[in-house]
Each structure stands twice: as C-alpha cells, then as structure tokens.
Design a binder for this molecule. Structure first.
Ligand code: CO8
Length: 260
C-alpha cells in the first residue's frame, strides 16, 4: 500500500516508521491512523523485521495529539469511530510480537503521548515535552491514555497531568518513569537504533514471548502471570533458538539465532 503520511524504512531487521505530517506537528488524523495501522500490520507479518522504531518527522514534534481541526467537526458517532480506530492501532502495538521503541523527538501531547505509551520503550530527546492537554479542549484522553498512564505511574501523578493539562519536560517524564532515557536531540535516532540492534541480535521468538509475558501478565493476577510465564518458558525450550543459545554458551561461541 502506498502511504503518504507514514514513511517506513527497513534495514537489518529494524523498521523505522516515521509519522510524516510535520506541517501539523504530526497530528493524528483518520488518514494517519489508517496508514499507521496498515504499515504496522505489514511489519508484524514480515518475518524479516525484528524491532520497530516509531518516531515523528521534523525536529519539533513526535505527535502533537489527535488532529484538533478534524476532531472539531466530528459528530458523536464520528468521534466514537475515531477513538475506536486510535485504540485499535494502540492495542495492536501492544499485541505485536515485535518490540516497538518510541523515539520521542519533540512534543508528545494527548493522542501523541497515548501513542508513545502504547510502545514498549520510550526514548526521548531533551527538547521533548509531554502532556495530556485534552481538558483544555473540553475533552479527555480518548486513545486509552487515562488507563495506560495510571498503570505506568500510578493515579496521583496521572491525575496531576490529566487534570491540569500541563506539559512536563522529558527529564521530569524520565524521573516519573514515563520515559526510559533522555538524549540530546541529535543522538536520539542513533540511540534508539543502538537499542534496536541489541534487541535484534537476540532470538526473536523469545523476545516476542517476553513481551507477551509482560504485557499480558499486567492484566492477570500474579499467580496467573507466573503460570503464563512458565508455559511460555516451556514452549521456548522446544525451539531451535534455545538449542542454539544454550549450545553456543557451552561451546564458547556467539549464538546465531534463526527466529524459530
Ligand atoms: N491538531 C491539529 N493541528 C495541530 C495540532 C493538533 N493537535 N497541533 C499543532 N497543530 C498545527 C497548528 O494548528 C499549526 O498549524 P497552522 O500552521 O496551519 O496554524 C501547526 O501545527 C504548528 O503548530 P503551532 O503554530 O501551534 O506551533 P507552536 O510551536 O506555536 O505550538 C504546540 C506547539 C504547543 C504543540 C501547539 O501546536 C499545541 O498546543 N498544539 C495542540 C496540542 C494539543 O492540544 N494536543 C491534544 C489534542 S486532543 C487529543 O490528542 C485527543 C486524542 C484522542 C481523541 C480520541 C477521541 C475522538
């Protein structure tokens, strides 16, 4: 599929997906969400892709939110459809078997912060600003933001962010545990790529299972999570990658994983 608002480049098992609407600070409209959904679906099916990096075009924004100009004209039904579409994309990211790294290169606001929160790891540049300005527009986060932020940083700080609509710095977001690490803007892309390469060296089946154990385990009781983890561990013990990984350790050589 030809996409205009999403650019996707694949090299050495790593897909770099860029939301490309810099004139609107990469705001998410229906077209962007639709294209992003198609691109991510394709990457999930592509056995040659092990890790995805998601970022925004330009130096100013990751994603400055849902497209306010589009949302302003929506009926209740259209807004419901729009919110469902966004939630579908974000849930798909969480369910993907491949790790998704958000490289937050500027504003991550509203739907943009929700998109970053759906990713597995968030690296941010020093100029990034994060927040939920929805209440300043007469609405609330609609792409799962209230749920994901409170699970990540607890209710009190989440309420401070969501009720005030204020933006916080990348450094504060790191201190609060929203962002994994902050880098000078010119280093962000390379740091995200470095991490992606490190992940891609490992067995893709076990990395995908590890993601599943963490993401799905969060919605289970601890005991069910333990049971789920041990069954995934058991399945992995029958893979070629497990034979290769443990065999390579014993033979004192580097493992060459096949992803099977
Ligand atoms: N939507 C549409 N256009 C936007 C958005 C946006 N979210 N953000 C910026 N733009 C546009 C501006 O309108 C402007 O366009 P133009 O040049 O045509 O006027 C262009 O991008 C550049 O923006 P600014 O001139 O405003 O740039 P500044 O550097 O002055 O300011 C800010 C940058 C602070 C980021 C400012 O643009 C801003 O406040 N943007 C809005 C941020 C915001 O409120 N985001 C939350 C939106 S609501 C949301 O995300 C909810 C999602 C879930 C909805 C699900 C239910 C339907």
């Amino acid at each position: 599929m030809e996409t205009t608002s999403i650019v996707s480049e694949i090299a050495d098992g790593i897909a770099r997906v860029t939301i490309n609407r810099p004139e609107s600070l990469n705001a998410l409209n229906s077209q962007v969400l639709g294209e992003l959904e198609c691109v991510l679906y394709g990457l999930e099916q592509d056995a040659g892709v092990q890790v995805v990096i998601l970022t925004g075009a330009g130096k100013k924004a990751f994603v400055a939110g849902g497209d306010i100009k589009e949302m302003a004209a929506m009926s209740a039904y259209q807004a419901h459809q729009f919110a469902q579409k966004g939630q579908r994309v974000l849930l798909f990211i969480e369910k993907m078997s491949k790790p998704v790294i958000a490289a937050v290169n500027g504003y991550a606001l509203g739907g943009g912060l929700e998109l970053a929160l759906a990713c597995d790891i968030i690296y941010a540049s020093e100029n990034a600003r994060l927040g939920f300005p929805e209440v300043t527009l007469g609405v609330i986060p609609g792409f799962g933001g209230t749920q994901n932020i409170s699970r990540l940083i607890g209710p009190n700080r989440s309420k401070e962010l969501v009720f005030s609509g204020r933006m916080i710095t990348a450094q504060k977001a790191e201190a609060w545990g929203i962002v994994n690490e902050v880098f000078p803007q010119e280093q962000l892309a390379e740091k995200a790529m470095e991490l992606a390469r490190e992940i891609a060296k490992n067995g893709s089946v076990c990395v995908g299972y590890a993601k599943s154990a963490i993401v799905n385990g969060l919605n289970m009781s601890k005991e069910d999570g333990f049971r789920y983890e041990s069954s995934l561990f058991g399945v992995l013990c029958d893979t070629e990658d497990k034979k290769e990984g443990m065999g390579a350790f014993i033979e004192k050589r580097k493992a060459q994983f096949q992803g099977k």
